[in-house]
Design a protein around this ligand. Structure first.
Ligand SMILES: Nc1ncnc2c1ncn2[C@@H]1O[C@H](COP(=O)(O)OP(=O)(O)OP(=O)(O)O)[C@@H](O)[C@H]1O
Ligand SMILES: [Mg+2]
Length: 317
């Protein structure tokens, strides 16, 4: 077999990946692995903190179960020569929680001892691919070096591949990625993310990449009631709340916004709330002499939401 062309410095040669938990007697039950790794708290937080996403949460539990059993097998000397392949693809529309879930995934893999550090490095094509000849390999290797021991999250991964451009440097980045995904998969997990359809086309044109991805996870769009719940949680986290009638106004806002172009799920919710906070601030700012109490400062009024341009257009478009 040919020597790997690229080896990104990572874990000290021969060093076993450090488990997050202190060394203890090898676990023999699922409960023992869970207790030693403290992975269950991350899974519970994922359930609790993220609204909806039932299929995504179920897939992540399945992956965690697979890894826990893998640990038990290894403890009995039944381990495979190579660790499990953990590269993934996260497909879905903008704002469906891909980046957020990738961060949790990195934590889970760290706690189970599959990643030394468990950090996440998020990049797009421009971070990997250079403009000129000779620039791509160093750029890609630099990113890989930063990501070693954690997760490399490549957003809109399909931009790496430009079939219309014969001499596109993206291909060079893909080739380096492929080698590292294969040869250093015990020290780096790659998550490729993007729109569902474009990722499918991308994988069809890059069977080498596709075949190295063990887990394809699809992120559904949120339903209106889930978006409302996400909005309430975001407000809560920022120490704001809907005043009388404002929740209903936001519901109406969402119904219209979902139907409009460039709707981006939870990201649009966050943006809408940011604009509502701006309007609230302008409203309070105009009232120079009023003493503002905590209620005034934390409450969004219906007007703060209904002033959105979304209400200027007919709901049907
Ligand atoms: N299920 C959820 N529950 C609560 N908050 C969520 C949920 N999904 C996403 N969010 C919030 O919405 C915002 C956008 O999410 P995130 O960045 O993870 O989406 P994304 O799919 O990566 O989007 P993009 O494609 O735009 O990068 C974040 O602030 C995140 O905290
Ligand atoms: Mg993202």
């Amino acid at each position: 077999m040919a020597q790997p062309l690229y080896t990104i410095p990572g874990a000290a040669a021969g060093a076993a990946p450090a488990a997050a938990a202190p060394a203890a007697a090898p676990a023999r039950t699922v409960a023992e692995v869970l207790a030693q790794s403290q992975v269950e708290s991350v899974l519970d937080e994922l359930d609790r903190d993220l609204v909806g996403l039932a299929p995504v949460k179920a897939r992540i539990r399945d992956i965690a179960a697979l890894l826990v059993v893998d640990k038990l097998r290894a403890n009995l000397g039944l381990g495979a020569a190579a660790g499990p392949s953990l590269h993934m693809s996260f497909t879905g529309n903008p704002g469906t929680g891909k980046t957020t879930v990738a961060l949790r995934m990195a934590q889970i893999l760290h706690r189970l001892g599959y990643l030394r550090k468990g950090h996440l490095v998020a990049v797009t094509r421009d971070d990997l691919v250079g403009q000129y000849i000779g620039h791509t390999a160093p750029k890609t290797k630099e990113v890989l070096k930063k990501a070693m021991g954690g997760v490399l999250f490549i957003d809109e991964a399909y931009y790496l591949y430009r079939p219309e451009n014969e001499r596109d440097y993206g291909q060079e980045a893909i080739e380096i990625l492929l080698q590292v995904m294969e040869n250093q998969r015990d020290d780096l997990v790659v998550i490729l993310a993007g729109y569902h359809d474009r990722m499918e086309t991308f994988f069809r044109s890059n069977p080498g990449l596709s075949s190295r991805i063990a887990h394809h996870i699809d992120f559904p769009d949120y339903a209106a009631d889930e978006l409302l719940q996400i909005g309430s949680r975001m407000l809560d986290a920022m120490n704001y709340r809907f005043g009388a009638g404002a929740r209903e106004a936001f519901e109406q806002y969402l119904a219209r916004r979902i139907a409009q172009p460039h709707f981006a799920n939870a990201r649009s919710v966050r943006n809408a709330l940011d604009r509502a906070r701006l309007r609230q601030a302008s409203r309070l700012f105009a009232d120079r002499d009023r003493v503002l109490d905590a209620d005034d400062l934390t409450t969004l009024a219906p007007a703060d939401i209904l002033a959105s341009r979304v209400f200027a257009a007919p709901a049907a478009v």
